[in-house]
Design a protein around this ligand. Structure first.
Ligand code: ADP
Length: 248
């Protein structure tokens, strides 16, 4: 797989009842690194994540993942997830009555496929991996705690850990810092920066302060197309971007 293009969205359009939510969108992502996608409400950010993960299929255009065309109708969400695209929704969806350890182990088990649920017995390697993941997400001291007792930030990190257990090559993350304390936001930034050293991480974000912390290339969406791309300073000095944000 090329190191320069892991994901290539080319000329993609999606309409809902004649309204173009995504309009001739092109976007590429290399095999590792961090990218923020910003844009006002209705810009197409959620639909963008939906087309990459296969939840919504494009009406036009193509999405290439390595050598594969993942925009084909036969490419289900589950298949695309198995191909290595992980998605983190805004709300954490951890199993609250299970411990942190159990949640991480479950994520490792799920990676083995549906039948693993019946026959799975964790081996030494999996138990080591749970400890490794817990260290990555800063929850080593919480391994025995029920996930329902964790803070909002800790739950978000646990879910990121569960996604990392699946070893995605691309992680799509929706507003990971929403509702977090300052300290939690700092920890989340460090976690995403670390995760992006070995895989591609795309963060969809509203909060400009958090985008600044990420210190990465930014793609601005507007009316389903890319309006600007570059550093945060570069895009926020673009007059079209300023007009769109000010609603002009
Ligand atoms: P964002 O996440 O940037 O706020 P969305 O991707 O949710 O934007 O939406 C882009 C546009 O497409 C919006 O105008 C929204 O109302 C419209 N849209 C999104 N999903 C649907 C749908 N399932 N049916 C009809 N319109 C939709």
């Amino acid at each position: 797989m090329s190191s320069t293009r892991l994901l290539e969205v080319s000329g993609v359009s999606v309409s809902f009842d004649g309204f173009r939510a995504i309009n001739n969108l092109s976007f590429t992502m290399p095999s590792h690194g961090l990218r923020a996608i910003i844009g006002p409400n209705g810009a197409g950010k959620t639909t963008f994540m939906d087309i990459v993960t296969g939840k919504t299929k494009p009406d036009e255009g193509r999405i290439t993942w390595g050598e594969k065309n993942i925009s084909l109708r036969g490419m289900s969400e589950a298949r695309i997830a198995r191909e290595g695209i992980g998605r983190k929704f805004q709300k954490p969806t951890v199993f609250e009555d299970q411990t942190v350890h159990q949640n991480l182990l479950m994520a490792l088990r799920n990676k083995r496929g549906p039948l693993a649920v019946l026959f799975y017995r964790p081996n030494r390697k999996d138990l080591d991996r749970v400890n490794e993941l817990a260290a990555t997400i800063g929850l080593t001291d919480e391994l025995a705690r029920k996930s329902g007792e964790l803070s909002h930030g800790q739950k978000q990190w646990l879910e990121i850990g569960m996604l990392l257990a699946q070893e995605p090559r691309l992680l799509l993350v929706d507003e990971p810092a929403a509702g977090m304390t300052l300290a939690e936001r700092e920890r989340t930034t460090a976690l995403l920066v670390e995760a992006a050293k070995t895989r591609a991480v795309v963060v969809v974000e509203h909060d400009m302060d958090f985008v600044r912390r990420l210190n990465c290339r930014v793609t601005v969406l507007h009316e389903g197309s890319v309006l600007a791309e570059g550093s945060l300073d570069h895009v926020t000095s673009n007059q079209q971007v300023i007009d769109v944000y000010l609603g002009r």
